[in-house]
Design a protein around this ligand. Structure first.
Ligand code: PEP
Ligand code: MG
Length: 453
């Protein structure tokens, strides 16, 4: 452990403790500047008072950043050395688009950002008009465009932003910020609320993905050296069977109230899938014996977010009905780049040729086995990458509700043939920057209006 690491840890403990009590005692609207915020702290931020936040740690695909996007809180993560440059009471401007915190902004800066804000509002207004329009390319390819949500509180947003359903319900947020996990009945109520509000649209409920950066504040297990390689998601569930059983039963029962699909996270090979499906079968038998209704033909899917899962996707495909690619984790595991570490954030590269080929291989394998394949990582919400994912064969894209309109805008202006040509180029290309440049060029050419803001 180097000195910098020791300093980081001491700072983290000091700042972390103060922060916890500061966040509970906010009195006026403010921008929070912190060393780090956990997803559970972010989930409890007082939305009336926190106008935005900046953290020194974290990255664009940390769950803190993902949650900020869902809650529509302006945020900048991975802003190194922010704390020494700002004091409580300073005037500051937070630019979530450009990733900047401007302390004591000049009148000129405030004016320029005022203009930017107006352009953004106008753009959002134009995008909102697409709400009821389908996400169909100019040449007739329909891409299912869904929303990623954390719970029933986001139902209105899903509808308002024109998503077709939910492609990823991150159930772990029901388990954070509390001492005991929600029981079957409480989970049923939450899943059922989402399923019945959106029926007949699909709602993909992902089983518990605790671990990594998502741990209950006070009930977590001992700290791990590599939490993203550790006790996480399906691995926890297969060891804590009663916890898993309660969730599987709740999801099955919710399937009687809408178009519910179930998805397992962090599948590395068939072993976990077989074990999880065996437990699911037991739950079905119990529910049948108890007289509870559920949908016998509920679709079961696997997240593809570990490179080994891509390599054995054919074996997985024989045992599920769909795949959803979790690019946030797939990229971090494929490139060995911790998705939380701002020091190596520049290496976290969605257009790396290795990543592009992994995505293609997954989609091709899914299609060869008659499965559909979606993408639910943050890549799916980047309009600039929409043509690439469509060209590689994505049947579904799922992203934060607020990002749905921009992606829809691009899909509707794109031709599938253009997207395929881009994907063909990306699969031959050896240079990530060239791939990204082509993605940018195509998106700008077909959807210039998106860049006016
Ligand atoms: C992913 O890994 O891309 C994903 C959608 O899951 P999460 O971000 O919750 O790990
Ligand atoms: Mg993941």
């Amino acid at each position: 452990m180097d000195l910098r690491d020791v300093a980081d840890r001491v700072l983290h403990n000091l700042v972390g403790q103060d922060l916890q009590s500061d966040l509970l005692h906010l009195r006026e609207p403010c921008i929070v500047v912190a060393y780090d915020l956990t997803p559970s702290q972010t989930a409890t931020l007082d939305r009336r008072l926190v106008m935005g936040f900046a953290t020194e740690q974290g990255s664009e695909t940390s769950h803190t950043a993902i949650l900020a996007r869902s809650l529509q809180i302006p945020a900048v993560t991975g802003l190194a050395d922010a704390i020494p440059h700002v004091r409580t009471g300073d005037a500051a401007l937070l630019d979530g688009f450009g990733g900047q915190l401007v302390v004591d902004p000049t009148d000129q800066t405030l004016y320029e950002y005022g203009q930017l804000e107006q352009r953004q509002r106008a753009l959002q207004g134009r995008l909102r008009e697409l709400r009821a329009e389908p996400a169909t390319t100019r040449d007739g390819l329909h891409v299912v465009l869904s929303a990623n949500i954390e719970g029933p509180q986001e139902i209105a947003d899903v509808l308002d932003r024109g998503a077709e359903g939910v492609g990823l319900l991150r159930t772990e947020y029901l388990f954070l910020n509390r001492r005991t996990p929600p029981d079957e009945e409480e989970q049923l109520q939450a899943y059922r609320e989402v399923a019945s509000a959106l029926t007949p649209a699909p709602v993909i409920i992902r089983t518990l993905d605790l671990g990594g950066d998502k741990m209950p504040e006070d009930a977590g297990p001992p700290e791990e050296r590599n939490p993203f390689l550790g006790w996480r998601a399906i691995r926890i569930c297969l060891q804590q069977r009663e916890l898993f059983r309660a969730q599987l039963r709740a999801i099955l029962r919710a399937s009687a109230f809408g178009n519910v699909k179930l998805m397992y996270p962090m599948i590395s090979g068939i072993e976990e899938l077989l074990q999880a499906n065996a437990l699911l079968d037991e739950c079905r038998d119990e529910l049948r014996a108890e007289g509870h209704a559920y949908n016998e033909s509920m679709e079961i899917g696997a997240m593809i977010e570990i490179p080994s899962a891509v390599m054995v996707a054919d074996a997985l495909a024989r045992r599920v009905r769909f795949f959803s690619i979790g690019t946030n984790d797939l990229i971090q595991y494929a490139l060995a780049v911790d998705r939380l570490n701002p020091r190596i954030a520049h290496l976290y590269d969605p257009t790396h040729p290795g990543v592009v080929r992994l995505i293609k291989q997954t989609m091709d394998t899914a299609h060869a086995h008659g499965l559909w394949c979606g993408v639910c990582g943050e890549m799916a919400g980047e309009p600039v990458l929409t043509p690439l994912l469509v060209g590689l064969g994505a049947d579904e894209l799922s992203t934060a509700p607020g990002r749905v309109p921009g992606v829809k805008f691009v899909i509707r202006r794109l031709a599938h043939s253009e997207a395929q040509a881009l994907a063909d180029f990306a699969l031959r290309c050896e240079d990530s920057e060239e791939i990204l440049a082509r993605c940018q060029a195509l998106t700008r050419a077909v959807a210039p209006g998106l860049f006016e803001g």
